[in-house]
Design a binder for this molecule. Structure first.
Ligand code: CU
Length: 161
């Protein structure tokens, strides 16, 4: 009976938390998410960016279809693209494809998570929770450490080498 309860409990935990984190990498099915960060903002800043690295170790492409967060009125997935001579950002209406066996980096100047209608100041040293939803791998909550306003990468990465 206890064995059965344990098995049921283990199954329940598996269903509730399909993702697990190890050495700073969050595993969600064939998707590995690493190096999450965002950047400190001034008070009343209307927008902020979020950054992380997504690896697809599977044999099928997947797609980051949405990102949500309580810190913003709306959270979008953006790309930077040339419009004439000007670099502009625009939302990816169909999400961001993560090709099989490839790694897609969301970083300043490239793909990024965009917090629109920011509801709070982002303070260095705090963390921000976002929920990423993939077409195949499902959803996972990721904590983005808030780095300095000019950070290009999470400090944890710099400390690693
Ligand atoms: Cu943007």
């Amino acid at each position: 009976m206890i064995k059965l309860l344990r098995a049921a409990l283990a199954a329940a935990i598996l269903v509730a938390t399909p993702a697990f984190a190890h050495n700073g990498v969050t595993h969600l099915g064939d998707i590995n998410i690493s190096l999450p960060f965002t950047r400190a903002t001034l008070p009343n800043a209307p927008v902020a960016g979020g950054f992380l690295t997504i690896e697809n170790i599977g044999t099928e492409p997947d797609r980051l279809v949405s990102v949500t967060s309580d810190i913003a009125g709306e959270t979008q997935i953006h790309e930077m693209a040339m419009q004439g001579d000007v670099m502009k950002m625009r939302p990816l209406a169909d999400g961001l494809e993560i090709p099989a066996g490839e790694t897609v980096v969301l970083a300043p100047g490239g793909f990024h998570i965009m917090f629109m209608g920011l509801k709070q100041t982002l303070v260095e040293g705090e963390t921000v929770a976002v929920t990423l939803t993939f077409e195949k791998a499902g959803s996972v909550e990721i904590l983005l450490p808030v780095e300095a306003a000019a950070a290009d990468a999470p400090t944890a990465m710099e400390h690693a080498h």
